[in-house]
Design a protein around this ligand. Structure first.
Ligand SMILES: Cc1cc2nc3c(=O)[nH]c(=O)nc-3n(C[C@H](O)[C@H](O)[C@H](O)COP(=O)(O)OP(=O)(O)OC[C@H]3O[C@@H](n4cnc5c(N)ncnc54)[C@H](O)[C@@H]3O)c2cc1C
Length: 614
């Protein structure tokens, strides 16, 4: 296809449209087929589901497995664990729902060919920690994708979804989605009765530590571009806990994971002078968060907090003591293999920096913040809970349906449910898929209708950056800076700088306050204005442009939520300098937002946290 002419419009009809074929999307596709044998189930993915999403490179551990068959843990235990780690604020109904089903998901993975390590003595899965089991997981994603591929009526790879479509007949009901093929440029209109958003989390919202030639290196996948949030936000779905960005302690420069090192190799950390430092910050942390510091395990954010304080006191860097463990050849092998299966870049970084962990204790650092819903964090859409378990106030429709009718979500998309990880995300996809099938079947003939006017309007909007570039390019003879358009990389760097400096990124040591946040919102609004002048030189840049749109809207949401919550709930993730303490009296609640795309205004409110499990 020529870029500027002869573009085809491809129509795809589906009963259930799954957006994003990562862990949750594969789960949703698989389970939708199980309950909806005669339904048309379509999965649309901007990459190729074979190797897409955060698990693309493989994993070394499945981080959410109860082990109920051996009486190891019960779902209630997991709810308590997640609640503790998130400083009291999780949707216990949703978390319980995942925990009670996650083991069956893992058993399916094994049945489909995923090699799970077993303890030779007990025959049980090899544990790395209380919740993790170890896998030979380089091919984790292709194995899971195969199940989804076989279940789907159609998988549409290489199509970036840019907008959801709303029903022309009924307000607040979803009717499909539009997007474009990143290879051919074709415009795609998906007409669907139910839509399940499973588009992953968000990296590159805040300026990363690795910039310049290293900027592609982030902890969360660089292609996780906030579509999971922007798509529902655009159509007015309520979001929750968007302020709860996550900061990870990882090996410096390669973001290599530390979990297996702590849990399996029994390594530990020390400051630059070889001293233990966590205890030193006990009283300081207690003054900020009270008894939460005495919980076990110590919440993830508070462990970051001790590192940040110690480094700020001039006693960095923090190092992982590997020299002792690596004398054991078995542990040395495990240490390296841990990277080879999922973060090979860390091994390369160490090689390039002359770091042999057998002889040198490698540095750790805290990452830039990410927005996601499946790790030690729970940003995302506000979803209806399970019929048999959710309090009344959390139930307005089908399980995992957002506040927009027919719009479901799973994985990083759904808020309030931390610690689901890969297996829990797939499980939540299954839960959403089952509920979406019920929704479609209950609908009978009253199916939604898309408006041609709406999708043609969106078509013009989507491709406009190609036109902007074609015309504006004539005004310059060399270089990339044009008086009439902004390239996606420029827009991205501007966004990251705003978020970094005003919303609590690395350059302010994760510190922000009301004044900074208000100014950040003004600067984001100016960037938003400039977005109509984006220039895209090809389809690749067009994709980057729409990813930037999604990141920008999600960033606005993060900033609004951070401004609304007037306390520091998660020291170590971010600090409100004007409200430095955790304030359970006023803020033991969820924050909710709703965006009005017609006015550009955000409505904020509080929602109660129900503690269902003792
Ligand atoms: C470095 C790292 C280490 C991790 N380690 C572990 C671990 O050891 N164990 C564990 O269990 N979990 C781990 N996780 C967590 C796990 O990967 C996530 O919890 C899980 O992948 C989330 O599932 P998801 O489906 O929500 O997102 P993803 O799996 O990321 O899937 C999202 C999908 O949506 C697609 N997409 C995005 N936008 C669009 C769009 N606009 N249009 C079409 N498609 C789109 C993406 O291409 C992607 O395929 C790790 C994650 C990372 C990044």
């Amino acid at each position: 296809m020529g870029l500027f002419g002869g573009r085809r419009t491809v129509f795809v009809d589906a009963d259930i449209l799954v957006i994003g074929g990562g862990m949750a999307g594969c789960g949703a596709t698989y389970e939708s087929r199980y309950w909806g044998r005669d339904l048309k189930i379509v999965c649309v993915e901007k990459a190729n589901i074979e190797r897409s999403g955060a698990v693309a490179q493989g994993l070394y551990a499945i981080n959410c497995y109860m082990g109920m068959q051996w009486g190891e843990n019960q779902p209630e235990d997991h709810v308590r664990y997640a609640r503790n780690d998130l400083m009291g604020l999780v949707r216990e109904d949703l978390g319980y729902d995942i925990a009670r089903h996650v083991d069956s998901t893992v058993h399916k993975f094994e049945e489909w060919g995923l090699p799970i390590m077993r303890d030779p003595k007990t025959g049980r899965y090899q544990r790395e920690g209380k919740w993790q089991i170890m896998i030979h997981g380089e091919s984790y994603k292709p194995i899971v994708a195969e199940a989804a591929r076989k279940a789907a009526t159609e998988v549409c790879n290489r199509i970036m979804v840019t907008h959801l479509l709303m029903d022309a007949k009924k307000a607040n009901r979803v009717a499909g989605a539009v997007g474009f093929n990143v290879r051919t440029g074709d415009f795609h209109v998906f007409r669907a009765k139910a839509v399940i958003v499973c588009a992953g989390g968000a990296s590159h919202i805040f300026k990363p530590r690795s910039v310049g030639e290293g900027m592609g290196r982030t902890w969360y996948a660089p292609w996780s571009s906030a579509s999971a949030y922007a798509l529902p936000i655009q159509v007015g779905a309520k979001m929750t806990q968007m302020e709860n960005r996550i900061v990870l302690t990882r090996f410096k420069d390669g973001y290599g994971p530390v979990g297996a090192y702590f849990l399996h190799l029994k390594t530990y950390t020390e400051n630059g002078y070889g001293e233990e430092y966590e205890k030193r910050w006990y009283e300081d942390t207690k003054a900020l968060v009270g008894d939460y510091i005495d919980r076990h395990p110590v919440p993830t954010c508070l462990r970051n907090h001790a590192i940040l304080r110690e480094v700020a006191a001039g006693r960095g860097p923090i190092r992982m003591v590997t020299r002792e463990a690596f004398q054991d050849p078995h542990k040395e092998t495990v240490g390296w293999e841990n990277f080879l299966g999922m973060t090979i870049g860390q091994a390369v970084v160490w090689a390039s920096q002359n770091i042999d962990p057998k002889h040198i204790n490698p540095e750790l650092t805290t990452s830039e913040p990410y927005v996601m819903g499946s790790h030690a964090t729970c940003s995302g859409a506000w979803a209806s809970g399970p019929e048999d378990y959710a309090p009344e106030e959390y139930q307005w429709g089908y399980n995992r349906m957002m506040t927009v009718e027919g719009l479901f979500g799973a994985g990083d998309t759904i808020g309030g449910t931390a610690h689901k990880f890969s297996s829990g995300s797939f499980t939540e996809g299954r839960i959403a898929g089952k509920a979406a099938v019920k929704y479609v079947k209950d609908m009978k003939n009253g199916q939604p209708q898309v408006s041609e006017q709406e999708y043609r309007h969106l078509e013009n909007l989507i491709y406009q950056p190609l036109e902007n570039y074609r015309i504006g390019r004539n005004e310059i003879v060399a270089g990339t800076v044009s008086p009439s358009y902004l390239l996606p990389i420029h827009g991205l760097q501007r966004l990251e700088k705003i978020m970094d400096e005003y919303v609590g990124g690395i350059s302010t040591n994760y510190m922000t306050n009301g004044v900074l946040l208000e100014r950040g919102l003004e600067l984001l609004a100016m960037l938003k204005e400039d977005m109509s002048n984006m220039g895209a030189e090809d389809l690749h840049s067009l994709q980057r442009t729409w990813e930037l749109h999604h990141r920008l809207l999600a960033s606005e949401s993060v900033t609004q939520h951070t401004l609304f919550r007037e306390e520091t709930r998660w020291p170590g993730y971010y600090y409100r300098g004007d409200h430095m303490k955790l304030d359970d009296e006023n803020w033991h609640c969820f924050t909710l937002s709703r965006y009005d795309r017609n006015t550009g205004k955000w409505e904020m409110e509080k929602a109660p946290v129900y503690h269902i499990v003792d």
